[in-house]
Design a protein. Structure first.
Length: 63
């Protein structure tokens, strides 16, 4: 993963009220940091799924 998109939940949402978080995630006016964090989440999910699929295929080949 690129270091440029390493946003953590704690870094984004630390010490913010529920209202501030809702404003950050508002669809009409999304915050740049939230968009970056969501993109990172998509990448991580895709990587995890590909690793899982690779592991399953390797296990099936061994049998």
């Amino acid at each position: 993963m690129s270091r440029s998109i390493h946003w953590t939940l704690k870094k984004l949402f630390a010490q913010k009220s529920r209202r501030e978080i809702d404003e950050m995630c508002d669809a009409d006016n999304p915050d740049y940091a939230v968009l970056e964090w969501l993109e990172k989440a998509k990448i991580k999910r895709r990587v995890r799924e590909s690793r899982k699929a690779k592991k399953i295929s390797e296990e099936q080949l061994e049998k």
